[in-house]
Design a protein around this ligand. Sequence first.
Ligand SMILES: *Cc1c(COP(=O)(O)O)cnc(C)c1O
Length: 547
Amino acid sequence: MVHLTAISRSGSVTPSEEPTAAQAAAPAGASGPTLSVNDRPSLHKSLSQVKLSSYADEFTTSVYGSQFAGQDLPKHSMPAGAMPRDVAYHMIKDHLSLDNNPKLNLASFVTTYMEDEAEKLMTEAFSKNFIDYEEYPQSADIQNRCVNMIGDLFHAPHGGDSIGTSCIGSSEAIMLAVLAMKRRWKLRRQAEGKPTDRPNIIMSSAVQVCWEKAARYFEVEEKYVYCTETRYTIDPDEAVALIDENTIGIAAILGTTYTGHYEDVKGINDLLVEKGLDVPIHVDAASGGFVAPFVLPDLEWDFRLPQVVSINVSGHKYGLVYPGVGWVVWRSHEYLPQDLIFNINYLGAEQSSFTLNFSKGASQVIGQYYQFIRLGRRGYESIMSNLTRTADYLTDVLEKSLGFVIMSERQGQGLPLVAFRFKTAQEGGKQRHYDEFALAHHLRSRGWVVPAYTMAPHTNEMKMLRVVVREDFSKSRCDLLIHDIKLCVAMLENMDAETVRKQEEFIKEHIATHGKTKHQHRHHASKHYTGEEHSLQGKTGKTHAIC
Ligand SMILES: *Cc1c(COP(=O)(O)O)cnc(C)c1O
């Protein structure tokens, strides 16, 4: 991950950067102890005319009595001096307290709850570098066990003896799967004496951004099957019709990030078989891979289908592990070309490796193994069943009591999430002077993170809201959310159109989607990198769903 930071140097929140005459004239030594972390004016200095203490040993008081509590936290260069550890801890913790509460973050699929024992195991493994197989052979073994269990869960032909690897998330997993498909295609083309310069991949326009990245980074042309106003997934016929001799594979999503629909993997598979086209399918089961096997065990989407050659799943989504783990599994050796594998003799031990990263922590893999053996299939079944019930309950209330249009599936036919939007006037809804984005903003002021999106391209810029039902979103928390949705809609109803418009303008101008000031938000993308035009977002205005 490249962080493109561009923190403005004028970003200080101190009222004045210039020392006042009084400060400048203050005798040396009156400005407190020499522990100063930076040379900006601090409260201690600027108030030095008043009789306020500035004891040299002030760090023995509470954190908030120390000089550090009166200074800016360093932003642009590493401070010259040190600070006491408890002060550093509290200053950073306090700074982070303006982040949203992860439990109220209904935007993300990523795990926000693990048991104390899992946390303990993971904390104990913080200092282990997963890649040091020689030093930590047990951790490497635990990864292999997890790969086997996942392969078995997805009906890989070699079941409990599967080919795959852990990675940082589904994005890395998908990069690896794309590389494997591309290399296999290239080797075959070379053997046939045919050109290998124009590979392409087929996918739906509802793909997560990592597919666009994979295609662009590895120079594979993207061929899209566009969603429509009534179909939010890939159309198997259209997908298969796009195939040509340069197609390295078809991506199918088990649980799209917008509406949670499962794409028709079997439909694509059967068409390929029927037409005798040996084109591989990769299933992006980032979210659905740990849901469908438990809630819809008879749905055929995995290695039961002969054309499915590889599958990715995010351990940190419904795999129930904190962020930082994903998995990719191949049907068999045949689909992972030997020439992509590196056998590394690292610090004495031979291991084969196929990842984009090298060093990483071992905690996440260990956390995954904990969840697998602690919960077992029955545990996952119970959790996923509860999530499905909660999603159904929320769906019913939003539709029947609050009059929203539901865009997601019910009864476990898709991911446990609820995608919904206001009824349009044409659908019999009332004339409204506010939209889904306004509701999202008002919910945010109550602490809930319920994102609003513009749907995948070619869906007439349809707007929607989405609530992801995660393990820690219980029925009673769901009731609190429903209460607040009612409250916020009533509030919007009572506001006149002009106020709503002004408020939206203010939010757009000053507050980015993440509740930060415009200024702070600039951290995420330097001005050199805004306004790109190569992606689906750049070309069509699609906004990506958070996952
Ligand atoms: C979350 C998600 C990804 C990306 O996964 P990470 O684990 O966050 O890298 C890719 N595809 C889909 C469908 C997703 O939901």
